[in-house]
Design a binder for this molecule. Structure first.
Ligand SMILES: Cc1cc2nc3c(=O)[nH]c(=O)nc-3n(C[C@H](O)[C@H](O)[C@H](O)COP(=O)(O)OP(=O)(O)OC[C@H]3O[C@@H](n4cnc5c(N)ncnc54)[C@H](O)[C@@H]3O)c2cc1C
Length: 390
């Protein structure tokens, strides 16, 4: 017999897990399909920051920054073992493009947008303490600002959210590869491969949370649904065989193009990232390039000349950004949503977004899907559900 669900979700990244958790908490019958492993895609290859995104102030994305800071506060409360505040440092040199007054105004606005939440303060590191900053180059150094933001283990957070969804009754099929869906007036017939066999189920709403594969998933729906103009942009991180910076995270400016780059502790190593390079291939094949590794090593040498840059490993992930002209760095980072029809949608797709804002994205998806879903008795309130490590 064909099994029937309220929602079938494609993708076990942070967005799929977030929607599964919120939907199961609202009492819906949920199935999540993941083709390889939880967080196998972008959700294990991010910069691992739960942050408002200080640099998004430059492009005027105030709504996104406010929402992200709000989500940071929520995650610090709900997942204290997985998300913690770290001290960030922003060094300003004679040749740094973002001048001290720009940074001071940005930090004041950032603190204001965070309200009086934990971690909203910022300040200046006294000159006498510069020598204690993990070997940061001091020649030409004029000022060092500090502030706080969150750091996490992105894959562990995704697993924790999915475990919470499963405790609330969501089903996980893994490995299970979505291959197509046929839309009917009251929902979708979803086809997927699991254990070498083709399986079919019915769902009132299909949630496409396939990250960089979302356009592929949308194209496998019939009759055809619209696919927005999006672009994949690759981001690489290097994890170096060097002890982690003891004082926290450094937010530096690439001398080559002015892009903001993070140098941060990651487990017992130093991690640096990221890059932004347009990607045109098959998402499964994303891999760090030599050009990206050189670029990141160059940034590290400029600011931490004593850190050995022999790479122990590198990893790359894909952002989904709105298509358009100009450098990806300046493109909007807002989550994009698409539905096959406004009233009673049968497909809700998520494009792009942030690890930090997954809860807010899940709330939007459920609000859109709600018109097509039956009334169910809620099981829990996700704003009060702790997220212990899975
Ligand atoms: C370099 C980089 C750095 C970033 N840094 C940060 C950061 O510091 N902070 C932050 O908030 N955000 C950050 N982001 C953004 C954030 O990582 C992503 O928005 C988020 O991880 C996307 O999650 P997702 O669930 O949409 O996609 P994914 O994590 O990619 O999940 C999609 C899943 O779908 C599965 N899938 C695909 N096709 C199928 C199919 N046919 N059947 C079944 N399953 C399928 C895949 O296996 C995958 O697991 C960064 C992004 C990048 C690229």
């Amino acid at each position: 017999m064909t099994r029937a669900y309220d929602l079938a979700i494609v993708g076990g990244g942070i967005h799929g897990a977030g929607v599964a958790q919120r939907a199961a908490a609202a009492g819906y019958h949920v199935l999540l399909l993941e083709k390889s492993a939880l967080a196998a895609g972008t959700s294990s290859r991010s910069s691992k920051l739960i942050h408002g995104g200080l640099r998004y102030l430059e492009t005027g994305q105030l709504r996104l920054v406010r929402e992200s800071l709000h989500e940071r506060t929520a995650l610090l409360r709900l997942a204290p073992e997985l998300v913690r505040l770290e001290r960030f440092h922003i060094p300003v040199y004679a040749d740094t493009r973002r001048r001290p007054w720009v940074l001071a105004s940005g930090l004041a606005l950032y603190a204001g947008l965070a309200g009086f939440a934990r971690g909203a303060s910022f300040g200046i590191v006294p000159r006498l303490a510069w020598d204690g900053l993990d070997g940061l180059a001091t020649q030409g150094l004029e000022r060092v600002f500090w502030y706080h933001d969150g750091q996490t283990d992105d894959a562990a957070l995704t697993r924790a959210v999915m475990a919470s969804a499963q405790r609330l009754g969501a089903e996980l099929a893994m490995p299970a590869t979505f291959i197509g869906a046929e839309l009917w007036d009251d929902g979708a017939i979803v086809q997927y491969m699991a254990q070498g066999a083709q399986v079919e189920c019915r769902a009132r709403v299909l949630v496409n949370a396939a990250g960089p594969w979302a356009a592929q998933v949308a194209r496998a729906v019939s009759p055809a649904i619209a696919v927005p103009d999006v672009e994949l942009v690759q981001g690489t991180h290097l994890v170096l065989d060097a002890p982690p910076p003891a004082r926290g995270i450094y937010y530096v400016e690439s001398p080559r193009d002015g892009r903001a780059i993070f140098v941060m502790p990651w487990r017992d190593a130093t991690m640096i990232g990221t890059t932004e390079v347009r990607f045109r291939g098959e998402p499964d094949r994303v891999a760090p390039s030599t050009g990206e590794t050189h670029y990141l090593r160059g940034v590290l040498r400029r600011y931490f000349p004593r850190v050995a840059t022999a790479t122990s490993r590198a990893f790359a992930g894909l952002r989904v950004l709105p298509g358009g002209e100009g450098h990806a760095f300046h493109r909007s980072r807002e989550t994009m949503y698409a539905v096959d029809r406004e009233s009673a949608p049968r497909v809700v797709s998520i494009y792009g977004g942030k690890l930090t804002t997954f809860r807010a994205a899940a709330a939007v998806v459920l609000a859109r899907a709600a018109h097509a879903l039956p009334a169910r008795a809620a099981r829990a309130d996700v704003d009060r559900l702790p997220l212990p490590p899975a």
